[in-house]
Structure formats: structure tokens, C-alpha cells
Design a binder for this molecule. Structure first.
Ligand SMILES: [Zn+2]
Length: 284
């Protein structure tokens, strides 16, 4: 089979998105929404049906004149594996193709134990979750992973992450792609939280301009303008946790530098200060 043209792939993806989002569910509606002619619509819809992404539904009685057959997105055609990794633990889950979470679990693991150990644990958890809902390896259509440090999005490799020894330039995509035989996306975890807010109805979906700040053990931010995530050079745009905010040399960060934001205000810093105050009797 010849490789389909970029235009064909993009317009087919657009049709799929219209159906997936509920904006259109018949061929005439797709035509009205996109301006594509009947033949073009038929060709693309047939491709999407053959690919298993769409299925034919009932006749739509409300369109007037000739009834049109509805089209449905096959949300259960495949499964997506996801994991959000923080400094001290991760949340792993399996979703359908709409992104609806079918099962999830939180586990503790120190990100500083390195990629081999941490990713092995994440993979085992994902395998168990998938099996738990009756899924098999062949059902996996994609893998999405968030990491608690800068990630160069194009290569899916951590980019000098301050708190992740052993992770710099680690081939995360290659590893997971080989294991699950599916496309893999890797990004900074807070970028993904930001994207989630932008795309989930009921949250920031109509805002577009958004600063999403996560304060966990560390601190990170996702930056979006006009609905587009800004990752910055080497994925460092929202990496505010290690920006210097204090001249006090006694404020030592776990990244090795002094005066970092998260060494002052991150969860680990708050726990440290609280413990100290309790020990010294300054606070009960
Ligand atoms: Zn730091």
C-alpha cells in the first residue's frame, strides 16, 4: 500500500476528532464542518472504519430529508498506558482511547533510584493494571509518561534533570516503545497536568492562557498561551523549582545548588522546617 499523503492523514485526523469530541456524527455533518466534498469524506471515513477507529451507528432521524448513518468513535478499540512520575512516587493508569481512566494505582518509589529500577517498577505496575481489566499487550495503542524534570520533547529524553541522577539523556521512548510495540510520548509531568486542565471539559478548557504550578516534594510549572503548551529550550520553560530565590547559602537544595525555590518552599522543605520547629519547641 502506498504511504498516504500528509494532507490525507491530517484531514482524516480532523474528521476523527470531530466525531470523537461529539461535534459531528454523520457524513453530511462532517462535510458541513470541514467543507470537504462527499467523495473526500467517504474516502476518509472508509479509511477510518478500516483502521478500526470508527464504527457505523444507527440512522440519524433528525437530519431531515435523507437519513444519514451515524458514526461512532471506537473508544474501546485500544488502551493507553499512562504514568505520572513525581520525586517520591508515581501514579500509573490505563485509559480507553477517549482518555477515560479505567484503572489506576499510586506507588511509592524514589526517582533518584535511576531509570532502570524506576521504569521496571512502572512497567510491572502497568502490566498488572492492564491484565486486571482483562487487557493484553496487543491492546496497547500508546504510552504516555510524565517525568519530574525537564524533558526534550522531540527525543523524549530527560534533559539534565536536577533531581534525577542517572536519567540524563536516558532513552525512555526507545525502552517503552520496544516493550509495548506502541508509540510513546514523554514530557515533564507538570506540562502534562497543564495539558490535562486545558483539554478536560470543566477545567481550564476555555482559558488558553494558563500557569499550572505543582507543589509536591518539588515545585514545577506548566506554561500555556492560547491553548499551546510552551516547553522552552530543552523543555526547561516551567522548571521553576531550581530558580534562585534566596541569597542564603544555608539553603541547600537536593540538586546541589543553594537558594532554589523548592529548597525554600517545596514539600520536602516544609517538612524539614516543620520538624525543626517542633524539635526546637518553637511550635507544638
Ligand atoms: Zn535546586
Amino acid at each position: 500500500m502506498d504511504e498516504p499523503s500528509t494532507e490525507l492523514v491530517e484531514s482524516s485526523a480532523r474528521l476523527l476528532d470531530l466525531i470523537r469530541s461529539g461535534a459531528a456524527d454523520t457524513r453530511p455533518e462532517l462535510s458541513a464542518r470541514t467543507g470537504l466534498g462527499r467523495t473526500a469524506i467517504t474516502q476518509r471515513v472508509t479509511t477510518l472504519l478500516d483502521a478500526g477507529l470508527l464504527e457505523e451507528g444507527d440512522l440519524n432521524p433528525s437530519t431531515g430529508g435523507r437519513q444519514a448513518r451515524t458514526l461512532r468513535f471506537r473508544r474501546d478499540a485500544g488502551r493507553i498506558l499512562t504514568a505520572e512520575l513525581g520525586a517520591t512516587g508515581y501514579t500509573a493508569g490505563v485509559t480507553d482511547l477517549m482518555g477515560t481512566v479505567l484503572t489506576m494505582r499510586h506507588c511509592d518509589v524514589d526517582i533518584a533510584r535511576g531509570p532502570e529500577t524506576v521504569l521496571s517498577e512502572v512497567e510491572s505496575t502497568l502490566d498488572e493494571l492492564l491484565t486486571g481489566i482483562g487487557g493484553a499487550a496487543g491492546d496497547v495503542w500508546g504510552v504516555g509518561l510524565g517525568l519530574p524534570g525537564p524533558v526534550e520533547f522531540a527525543t523524549a529524553r530527560p534533559s539534565e534533570p536536577p533531581i534525577m541522577p542517572g536519567w540524563n539523556n536516558y532513552p525512555v521512548r526507545e525502552r517503552l516503545g520496544a516493550r509495548y510495540a506502541a508509540p510513546v510520548w514523554v514530557d515533564n509531568e507538570v506540562n502534562l497536568l497543564c495539558l490535562g486542565e486545558l483539554r478536560t471539559p470543566g477545567s481550564a478548557v476555555d482559558l488558553g492562557d494558563l500557569l499550572y504550578v505543582k507543589v509536591g516534594t518539588g515545585i514545577g510549572a506548566g506554561v500555556s498561551h492560547a491553548g499551546h503548551l510552551h516547553r522552552g529550550a530543552q523543555g526547561c520553560a516551567g522548571d521553576i523549582g531550581h530558580a534562585a530565590v534566596s541569597d542564603d547559602n544555608a539553603v541547600v537544595c537536593r540538586c546541589g545548588k543553594t537558594g532554589c525555590l523548592e529548597a525554600v518552599a517545596g514539600g520536602a522543605a516544609l517538612a524539614r522546617d516543620g520538624t525543626e520547629l517542633a524539635r526546637s519547641g518553637a511550635s507544638p
